[in-house]
Design a protein around this ligand. Structure first.
Ligand code: MF3
Ligand code: CO
Ligand code: CO
Length: 272
């Protein structure tokens, strides 16, 4: 566990700039999402928006990933490959943006509502949104990774949902995926002890049914084994003495997903 790096202030500022670029691109995605748009359209938009800001989309050619963003609809848990599928009213779609700028990575995602969501779609999406907020609220120097996994798991399971085990959050910096692995389930008091300057993502994948997943023959698309809905939100953060700094923080509401100010963020502020 000692292979988890403590970032310098300059490194954190580099990750912050890349993270803010990713956050701005995700906000811009929210502005264009509508029924009829294909996930390929989202891919072109994210690619061009990222390049326009002077960055580069990290997913493109990452271990052979063929596109510039992950788009995961309904029962797709993560790593959906953009294609000809058009968004339809009632769909939920996670868009996961990762930007490289001056050698640093910033990684953030959100689940959007296409048109009016079903009760089930709204439930799994709001549980995922709040699970991320509760995980973030656990982060501070001296806390353990198990504390945030436990907070996420306890809340999500209490809401009748399950937490995906097979994919985790990750350290981030000059690489897309670094140590530590950040499980979204766990036990309080267990796992890595957090230190100020550690940078990692929290990105809980929350399922309406069971947590088991399958991978399609395209080698990327992860879907729920029972084909029930799945939702995800992701932030990149740095641990501080008193809490954490959310490097992919958004200064305004995500159109098509959240109301601003985020009521769950306010609840987190009260706890901290
Ligand atoms: N952005 C994803 C994450 O949150 C990773 C995507 S890898 C890709 O870690 F190759 F599919 F882009
Ligand atoms: Co990530
Ligand atoms: Co991501």
């Amino acid at each position: 566990m000692s292979n988890v790096s403590i970032k310098t202030v300059r490194e954190v500022e580099g990750i912050r700039v890349a993270s803010q670029m990713a956050a701005e691109t995700l906000l811009a995605v929210g502005e264009i999402l509508r029924p009829g748009l294909t996930t390929d359209d989202i891919n072109v938009f994210v690619h061009d928006d990222t390049v326009k800001r002077g960055g580069w989309p990290a997913p493109l050619n990452y271990h052979g990933f063929p596109k510039s963003v992950c788009t995961s609809i309904n029962e797709v848990v993560c790593h959906g490959i953009p294609g000809p599928r058009a968004l339809a009213p009632g769909d939920i779609v996670n868009v996961d943006v990762t930007t490289i700028y001056k050698g640093f990575y910033g990684d953030t995602s959100a689940t959007f509502y296409v048109g009016t969501p079903t009760k089930e779609a709204r439930h799994v999406t709001e549980v995922a949104r709040r699970a991320l907020a509760l995980g973030i609220a656990e982060v501070r120097e001296g806390a353990r990774l198990g504390d945030l996994g436990a907070a996420i798991q306890q809340f999500a399971e209490g809401e009748g949902c399950s937490v995906v085990r097979a994919f985790v959050g990750h350290g981030i910096g000059r690489a897309f995926h670094e140590a530590p692995q950040v499980s979204h389930v766990g036990k309080r008091g267990q796992g890595l002890r957090l230190r100020a300057g550690m940078c990692f993502t929290i990105e809980p994948m929350i399922n309406l049914g069971d947590y088991d997943v399958e991978i399609l023959s395209d080698k990327w698309t992860v879907l729920t084994a029972d084909r029930a809905l799945s939702a995800q939100f992701e932030h990149t953060l740095v641990v501080t003495k008193t809490g954490c700094d959310v490097l992919t923080h958004r200064s305004r509401a995500l159109t098509g997903s959240e109301i601003y100010p985020d009521p769950f963020a306010a609840a987190v502020a009260v706890r901290a």
